[in-house]
Design a protein around this ligand. Structure first.
Ligand code: ADP
Length: 161
């Protein structure tokens, strides 16, 4: 059985992430979307909220499971009985960061393999931070994020008004 782990902060999940999940779920028997705490980023949604939004927006992908973890990625991946990590890749800006991360994890644990899925050109401009910025300034996020995320963000924006 081919299992792959797709780790990320998903704060929040966007249609760009979902596109990667759909495509990756066809390549593996099981895809585990794993939310982790990225110490470099201050989150808008708690870990539990991110997991909940991911579960809601991926419920139609039968071989996808949402989970969360903290600690070392390679240890988590090993516990899932696999060595395959899937990451999405947007423009050149992602490349440098993802390249470093993939090499670092390979250095720590040579059995790990990172597989990159090229973004769908329709979503190449989409990022969680872009969504948060857009929403903060009252921009419309319809069509860029799953409906449950749109509802949740709009609720928060109302409260903050
Ligand atoms: P991080 O894990 O670095 O905090 P994110 O949670 O934002 O990053 O994203 C998780 C993964 O999804 C990363 O590999 C990122 O490059 C990828 N990704 C984010 N947005 C898109 C998109 N629009 N198209 C394809 N891949 C994306």
């Amino acid at each position: 059985m081919r299992i792959a782990v797709c780790p990320g902060s998903f704060d929040p999940v966007t249609n760009g992430h979902l596109d990667v999940f759909y495509r990756a779920s066809k390549m593996f028997d099981e895809l585990i979307v794993a939310v982790f705490h990225n110490p470099g980023k201050k989150p808008m949604f708690t870990m539990e909220e991110r997991v909940e939004l991911l579960r809601e927006s991926t419920k139609n992908i039968s071989n996808l499971r949402v989970d969360s973890f903290s600690g070392l990625l390679n240890e988590y991946v090993r516990k899932q009985n696999t060595f395959i990590i899937v990451r999405g890749l947007r423009a050149l800006t992602d490349f440098e960061y993802e390249f470093q991360r993939a090499l670092l994890i390979k250095k720590v644990d040579p059995a790990m393999e990172t597989v990159f899925m090229m973004t769908n050109s329709e979503y190449s401009f989409l990022s969680s931070s872009g969504i948060k910025e857009l929403a903060t300034f009252g921009g419309c996020i319809k069509g860029l994020v799953p409906e449950c995320v749109e509802v949740e963000i709009n609720k928060r924006m109302q409260v903050n008004k």
